[in-house]
Design a protein around this ligand. Structure first.
Ligand code: G3D
Ligand code: MG
Length: 179
């Protein structure tokens, strides 16, 4: 059996969406210049519980034109990762809006809440405890903390969403999208 999942990476501008994908796919971090990926999605194959799984990772562009086309990105997502910036509280406050959009457009799909820029220890403005408390008021999905700069928890973030998609589909007894 081979599976393919569409995973959307969302979150406010500058939280590190593109950097996390670049770290995951190419194991690189660009300090000063983040090239636009030039494509709307990238694919990575991983093994999840002995099953070959293709993650089709969609990066939501920062420019306004993409924000107005959010529905095109989120449509048909099997799961989402909402990124916020641990140094900027407003990006954490906006999780609520992102969850609303995901539910409205993608439907009942699993999502992770991920605080990025963990390496900026001195500038941290959101604590893990409060993010977990927030998750409990919503759907109780996992909260992780990452650094695209050091690579901390980046691989496990993608692995976790794949696992959650499989668990969620199994619960709903939906057919897994095979390729
Ligand atoms: P976006 O795709 O969500 O808009 P980007 O965000 O990936 O373009 O990242 C925005 C800025 O945050 C970039 O800096 C990038 O280098 C920085 N960044 C992303 N992830 C991390 C991280 O984990 N740690 C640190 N310290 N910085 C990070 P610039 O200077 O290009 O704006
Ligand atoms: Mg980007």
């Amino acid at each position: 059996m081979k599976l393919a999942f569409k995973i959307c990476i969302v979150g406010d501008p500058g939280v590190g969406k593109t950097s996390l994908i670049l770290r995951y796919i190419e194991n690189k971090f660009k300090e000063n210049y983040i090239p636009t990926l030039g494509v709307e999605f990238l694919t990575k194959k991983i093994m999840v519980k002995d099953v070959e799984t293709s993650l089709i990772i969609w990066d939501i562009g920062g420019q306004h034109k993409w924000q107005t086309k959010l529905h095109l990105y989120l449509q048909g997502a099997d799961g989402a990762i909402i990124i916020f910036d641990l140094t900027r509280r407003n990006t954490f406050a906006n999780l609520e809006n992102w969850i609303t959009n995901i539910k409205k457009i993608s439907g009942d799909v699993p999502y992770l809440m991920v605080g990025n820029k963990k390496d900026l220890v001195e500038d941290r403005n959101v604590e893990l405890d409060e993010a977990i408390a927030f998750s409990k008021t919503k759907d109780g999905y996992p909260v992780l903390e990452t650094s695209a700069k050091t690579g901390d928890t980046v691989n496990s973030m993608f692995h976790k969403i794949a696992e959650n998609v499989i668990i969620h589909k199994a619960k709903k007894q939906a057919n897994l999208p095979e390729i």
